[in-house]
Design a protein around this ligand. Structure first.
Ligand SMILES: Nc1ncnc2c1ncn2[C@@H]1O[C@H](COP(=O)(O)OP(=O)(O)OP(=O)(O)O)[C@@H](O)[C@H]1O
Ligand SMILES: [Mg+2]
Length: 421
């Protein structure tokens, strides 16, 4: 199976990206070789949370010409005495603040992306910084959101998370319909490029209500052009887009629904589109021990002071139980593909919300009393389910980071092949 690059993002800071990224990567590494890369190069918090001695870090990649793969730090016997996580490694950010690394140039980001593609691992987890600049967007997939972390405790962060989805989608569409894009060589695509670009500008501008979102943009285009391949391509980008999120500091269904899910889905459908498939991957409970473990340099999955109930078999029990659950129950069923004729008709936001609520309730019924460890086993189970064939490779994470100019070529190839992924 090709490697999966799984970026972890959140619109706002302090919601638990780093905590999630580290423990998720640790949990994944029990299945296959996994590398966590600290791309929050301004604060470098992974190396303070994982107290393994670092020999080489991103400084060496940046200044000393080292390869990224030479800068992977293993846990070592102190943190991992029985070798449970021997397939885990991380690339640390610089030890001290370095302005050039905190604001890396486009050329260095390009090099990093290329080197990430070559890392010797099945899973590569990227801990991204907060915010929405190119340091984040350059490392996000164009077909899905990566993992968005948000929490009911920071409602504004959920709004920022939907802005990430917006930024990815607009960036993709601008690539696809930019001047000279290879998309225009596809049959029936030659007309309407200027109009699409103009409408994208209006739709992106939240202060201009005339086209509030991408669903309205599609409708406007349909009024002008009727049923046309260009429209179908935009609809396809939206319909195939997958949003995956994790609720951190989970505190029960109702609070999560009211303070995280509802604002997220409403903002997404109002300002972006109601077409993407939104999937909750699971949650991480709020627990002081998580914070204490972070502070002690031993992330919670490595922390042996935690009450550990028959550690190894516990994992198996969770997995066995999960394996027997139907995937519909897990809320990760695929939506049927829609035809070009249905392109201009947007789904209702309420349906999206209902689906989120029922999947949350279904999970909660079974997993309400799970420990932190079980939270991560469950998250890994769901993530691997999204990666397993016959699902399309673009559905969760990505198999390689693409440079902007490769994005339209990828979509053209996909369109010529006539199927997603
Ligand atoms: N589930 C949790 N329970 C208790 N404390 C948590 C939990 N998740 C994170 N924390 C604590 O919340 C704080 C923020 O977490 P973290 O650093 O992982 O967030 P972040 O999104 O990476 O922040 P930044 O944007 O600064 O990189 C930390 O002090 C962490 O220990
Ligand atoms: Mg962080």
């Amino acid at each position: 199976m090709p490697k999966r690059i799984i970026p972890v993002a959140s619109g706002k800071g302090g919601v638990g990206k780093t905590t999630f990224a580290i423990n998720f990567a640790l949990a994944l590494s029990r299945r296959a070789p996994t590398v966590l890369v600290d791309l929050d190069t301004g604060t470098s918090s992974v190396r303070t949370t994982v107290s393994a001695p670092v020999e080489k870090d991103l400084y060496h990649v940046y200044r000393k010409g080292a390869r990224l793969s030479e800068c992977i730090t293993p846990l070592g016997a102190d943190l991992d005495p029985i070798g449970e996580f021997r397939q885990f490694g991380f690339v640390a950010g610089p030890r001290h603040f370095l302005a050039e690394l905190a604001q890396p140039s486009a050329a260095f980001r390009r090099r990093l992306a290329e080197e990430i593609n070559q890392l010797p691992a099945d899973y590569v987890v990227l801990d991204l910084r907060a915010g929405l600049d190119d340091n984040v967007l350059d490392f996000l997939p164009y077909t899905n959101s990566g993992v968005l972390v948000f929490t009911p405790h920071h409602p504004t962060a959920t709004l920022a998370a939907s802005d990430i989805v917006k930024a990815i989608l607009f960036r993709t569409l601008r690539q696809l319909f930019g001047p000279g894009s290879p998309v225009y060589s596809l049959p029936g695509m030659a007309d309407g490029q200027d109009l699409v670009r103009e409408l994208l500008d209006v739709a992106e501008d939240v202060y201009d209500d005339s086209i509030p979102n991408l669903d309205a943009l599609l409708k406007d285009l349909a009024d002008v052009f009727g049923d046309q391949p260009l429209l179908a391509m935009i609809a396809e980008v939206l319909d195939d887009f997958r949003v995956h999120y994790v609720l951190n500091m989970f505190n029960g269904v109702e609070e999560s629904y009211e303070r995280a899910l509802r604002p997220f889905v409403e903002n997404l459908s109002r300002n972006v589109s109601a077409r993407p498939t939104v999937t909750q991957l699971g949650w991480v409970v709020r627990d002081d021990r998580i914070h204490q473990s972070n502070c002690s340099g031993r992330p919670v999955l490595l922390d042996r002071r935690q009450p550990v109930r028959a550690r190894v078999s516990e994992e198996d029990a969770v997995m066995a139980e999960l394996d027997s659950l139907a995937s519909a129950m897990l809320g990760i069923q695929r939506r049927p593909r829609r035809t070009a004729t249905a392109a201009a008709k947007a789904p209702e936001a309420e349906n999206l919300l209902d689906a989120q609520l029922s999947s949350l309730k279904a999970m909660y019924t079974d997993r309400a009393r799970d420990s932190v460890r079980e939270n991560f086993s469950y998250l890994v189970y769901r993530a691997l389910n999204l990666i397993a064939p016959p699902r399309a490779p673009g559905e969760f994470g990505q198999t390689a980071l693409l440079q902007p100019e490769q994005v339209s070529r990828w979509f053209v190839r996909r369109s010529q092949a006539g199927q997603p992924g």
